[in-house]
Design a protein around this ligand. Structure first.
Ligand code: TXA
Ligand code: MG
Length: 326
């Protein structure tokens, strides 16, 4: 398949809209990570996404909308809690799980009675959805099992030749995927942490729970798939006093080692130091891909505190890590 490369300019987004209405699939930027989208109302179009990504079909997709009004086209009702959150956080990196209506195809929701909806805060994404004139079902743009694509080159590597078009939006802003909040039960549950934090949600809703594997609360079958492991071994070091020792350990084993984290220190290995959790989150997925291209054997990641985006960042790193040192 010949993949068109489009810019974020309106004329190009009109072309993108036409492709979507003809049931094509398109990689597009959002403020979190790139998505790979199709007409949410057309099951055949949505099915192509699963093929292009090699995604298991029991992992449901997020429906992207350009307004609160669009949300009404895919859900049964918008509860008050959702209205408050939409007012405060939309457009933005918060996905809400609500009861689905009959129009939305079961391939989008993997047979669940609920649908995940979000209005992204990226001008290109919003304009693309508007030009498509339909909600866009989209997972993150990455071949299943790889880190989500956060810049044009990474999504081009994964999807050139596999999708109808890629919209170049440069680097994404947040770097990790949206917070997912399930509003279909008695108590709201964070299914996946993201930039919108537990504290921010509690301020609006009061009691909010955080999903964990051990509890029996309802969840998406897809949650079991979220493992982004680079080929390099990822070692998460939560105890800062052990960083130097761990770096030396892998270096002595003859590995090509790199350290990424917040604290400046003298190490015998390559290192990348970030200003804060936000910069760390923004760059981490792109770096995982880059380190694989550069054939690093071990990536040592410093554990950070849970403030701001820290909780979400550690959630993703823990999933990529094969060793966690406390
Ligand atoms: O920031 C993001 O959320 C990005 C951008 C492109 O919007 N999208 C994204 O999509 O990360 P994806 O497919 O990689 O992750 C969506 C997650 C999956 O874990 C899936 O299981 C969950 O959302 N999900 C989708 N529909 C659901 C539902 N009805 N109930 C519970 N979880 C759901
Ligand atoms: Mg994903």
């Amino acid at each position: 398949m010949k993949t068109k490369i489009l810019s974020g300019k309106l004329n190009d987004l009109k072309v993108a809209g036409e492709i979507i209405r003809k049931n094509g699939i398109i990689v597009f930027p959002t403020e979190t990570v790139y998505g790979i989208g199709a007409n949410a109302f057309n099951a055949n179009a949505v099915r192509k996404i699963f093929v292009a990504k090699n995604r298991p079909v029991d992992n449901p997709l997020i429906v992207h909308v350009a307004s609160v009004k669009d949300t009404e086209k895919v859900v049964k009702e918008i509860p008050n809690s959702a209205k408050k959150l939409m007012n405060k956080f939309w457009p933005g990196p918060l996905t809400l799980v609500l009861k689905k209506n009959e129009v939305i195809s079961s391939i989008v929701t993997a047979g669940l009675k609920t649908v995940a909806v979000r209005m992204p805060a990226n001008k290109i994404a919003l304009s693309f959805i508007r030009e498509s004139k339909v909600p866009i079902a989209a997972p993150s743009a990455n071949i299943s099992g790889k880190p989500s694509g956060t810049n044009f080159n990474d999504v081009y590597q994964d999807f050139n030749g596999k999708v109808d078009a890629i919209i170049d939006g440069g680097k994404t802003d947040v770097g990790i995927e949206s917070t997912i909040l399930d509003l279909t039960g008695k108590i709201p549950i964070i299914l996946r942490p993201g930039k919108i934090s537990l504290k921010e949600l509690e301020e609006i809703l009061g009691n909010v729970k955080v999903y964990n594997k051990k509890s029996n609360i309802p969840k998406s079958p897809g949650l079991k798939y979220e493992h982004y492991s680079p080929s390099a071994k990822v070692v998460l070091v939560e105890n800062k006093n052990k960083i130097e020792r761990v770096c030396n350990h892998y270096k002595d084993l003859g590995k090509k080692v790199i350290f990424i984290g917040l604290s400046k220190r003298k190490l015998n290995v390559d290192s990348i130091i970030f200003k804060n959790n936000e910069e760390f989150a923004k760059k981490v997925f792109a770096l995982f891909r880059e380190f694989d291209r550069k054939k690093f054997g071990v990536i040592i990641v410093e554990g950070v505190d849970k403030s701001g985006i820290g909780m979400a960042l550690m959630n993703r790193v823990r999933k990529a890590a094969s060793v966690i040192i406390k």
